[in-house]
Ligand binder design. Sequence first.
Ligand SMILES: Cc1cc2nc3c(=O)[nH]c(=O)nc-3n(C[C@H](O)[C@H](O)[C@H](O)COP(=O)(O)O)c2cc1C
Length: 367
Amino acid sequence: MTKEIDTGVFLPVGRHGWVHSVNAPAAEDASYARVLRVVQAAESIGFDFVLSPSIWRGRKGPSQHWGDVLESLTTSAALLQATAQIKVYSTAHMTVFPPATIAKMVATMDQIAPGRAGLNVVTGPSYLDLAHIGLWNDDLAHDERYDMGDEWISVVKRLWTEEVVDHKGRFFETLEGTMGPKPAVMPRLINAGASPRGFRFAAENCDVAFISAGDDPAAIETARRGKEIARDLGRDGFATYGVVSLIPAATDEEADARLDHFNAGVDLECLDDIEAGYSQNRNRAALSDASTSLSGGVERSCVLPGTMVGSYETLARRLATAITEGDLDGLMVMVPDYVEDLDGLARHTFPLLPDLGIHHRVAVQPG
Ligand SMILES: Cc1cc2nc3c(=O)[nH]c(=O)nc-3n(C[C@H](O)[C@H](O)[C@H](O)COP(=O)(O)O)c2cc1C
């Protein structure tokens, strides 16, 4: 079976990206200058999109993980202006912003770069991330946050497409609401809900769902099941993109040594702080295991569960299995050093994928 996939980069808008270690590459300092360089590099080697997450708090601990973090929507607007082809997906917490504010901002981004703005909508699984600056809504249980999301997204879509919007719902109200300009192209809507309720929200309301990419039977089964749920809902055009953290090197041994070096500086205080972010959520019982999967807090490792570590060739083989077996339509990567590692993957891993049945647009330009 051959597959044509979209490829993307999960941007390091927070210091040290997703490596929780004092030995994480210092280059990922979460400055706008660095993120811009990463995005320009990603664009020049043919990645289709970048996604900037929405993060509101740094972690405790000596590595000062996410101690500095760029706001997602303003960063994305600037990145759209600074690029020519790559799609830029921003992230908004539906529990923080009223729908009209985000509808307006994303419609404006569509003016900056027609057809290239997209939106990742999240409910926000971490209490600590939002509560410290008064952004946590404690009235809503986990699944209710997605009920609110259903209504939120419906108001956004109506403001993007209808001349006058009268809406009176459980959470939001508009009174002869108007909004112009309308986006020329409907912005792509994305969600990464990992719980059954979260995935249903994505399949019913969005164009793309992010799913942890893996080549183990459980990850493959989850990915395939996601596709089936969307199909059962009649969403044939719905896409599933795998998201994966990679630690590449020339050889398997060198890749293992990189991980060992990062783990020698693992920031345990940071991992405890991440875990506290979830456990202080009084609706924790409703959180799926996957809710914490981006945190690294589940294992005492400085990298995320499911991180693929290996030579460029090993990674090509493992990624091809994850994509083919999981029936994924796209792949979004995280790496320790976003300029060096993306370049390495583009030179040595992506060129191997077509022979493994995976077609994509990543290619290093000669010269
Ligand atoms: C690729 C990806 C991007 C995400 N981006 C954010 C984000 O920017 N902000 C955030 O609070 N949560 C983010 N999340 C968390 C998810 O939106 C979701 O809450 C989490 O996967 C748990 O699923 P659940 O909400 O269905 O329990 C992200 C998750 C993934 C896999």
